[in-house]
Design a binder for this molecule. Structure first.
Ligand SMILES: C[S@@+](CC[C@H](N)C(=O)[O-])C[C@H]1O[C@@H](n2cnc3c(N)ncnc32)[C@H](O)[C@@H]1O
Length: 249
């Protein structure tokens, strides 16, 4: 009905936004250089919350490698999220909502929480309020390291939210070298080990990622070390042991 009302001006594509190839959706003539003003392509989305959160992670990774919607340049996005997620995306250093998402979004984009729409404005009314967030990719990311490396450092740092940051960052390293390597990382990055994860600024994360990158270059096995995976595998092994024990009884 909508496309009939605007012939030639509106094209409706039925599909899954998570797999849709936006990079092929618009004419190549719209492409701009990364350093130029944003292109005449704007992504606007009001998606279910279980889609919008994984999607923003995917699109942030696309920003970092200038892929997906960002083959057109610094494509702007205006997206809705559960209000709490919108607050996390835009949270400043030191605030209660400061989280992994804040750092991942803010190192790559200028992020603004434009407005909050009360849940009752929608039919059917969702359980939560809705935050509208605007993203403009930065010409120069605040951290110039691969997305996966930044994600790993940030994820580990926020692993123990209430503890000093050295606790979470320590999990980047195998147990045998943990104390020494964490000390070296924090010292070379000039980061106070007793800051809480929420007190770490993007520029703290930049130093941490740069030093961690050097440490990974020196030790090729380091990046593959994953404390979380080990923990999961350990608990699976423990589960199996428990099952065996139960069978014996
Ligand atoms: C909150 S409603 C918004 C409806 C309308 N766009 C608006 O703003 O009023 C979310 C819409 O996202 C659609 N949707 C859900 N999952 C999707 C996906 N993976 N890809 C594309 N659309 C999806 C649903 O069909 C639904 O129409």
């Amino acid at each position: 009905m909508l496309s009939d009302a605007a012939p030639g001006k509106l094209r409706i594509v039925h599909g899954d936004v998570l797999t849709f190839k936006i990079e092929r959706a618009f004419p190549g003539s719209l492409k701009r250089q990364w350093e130029d003003d944003p292109p005449n392509v704007h992504i606007i989305g009001n998606l279910p919350f279980n889609v919008s959160t994984p999607l923003i992670i995917k699109w942030l990774e696309n920003v970092s490698c200038r892929g997906g919607p960002f083959v057109y340049g610094r494509t702007q996005m205006t997206l809705t999220f559960q209000k709490e997620v919108a607050e996390r995306l835009t949270a400043n250093t030191g605030s209660k909502q400061r989280s992994r998402l804040s750092v991942m979004a803010q190192y790559l984009c200028n992020v603004q929480h434009i407005l909050t729409i009360p849940g009752q404005a929608f039919v059917p009314k969702p359980e939560v309020d809705v935050g509208v967030v605007h993203f403009t990719p930065l010409v120069q990311p605040r951290i110039e390291q691969p997305f996966k490396l930044v994600e790993k450092v940030v994820q580990n740092a926020f692993q123990f939210r209430r503890k000093y940051c050295y606790r979470g960052l320590g999990m980047l390293f195998p147990e045998v070298q943990r104390v020494e390597s964490t000390g070296k990382l924090l010292e070379l990055a000039d980061v106070d080990p007793t800051l809480r994860p929420s007190q770490l600024s993007v520029s703290h994360f930049k130093s941490l990622c740069d030093v961690y990158r050097k440490m990974c270059d020196e030790d090729p096995h380091l990046f593959a070390y994953n404390f979380r995976e080990l923990k999961q595998n350990k608990s699976k092994t423990q589960e199996k042991e428990d099952d065996k024990e139960r069978d014996r009884l």
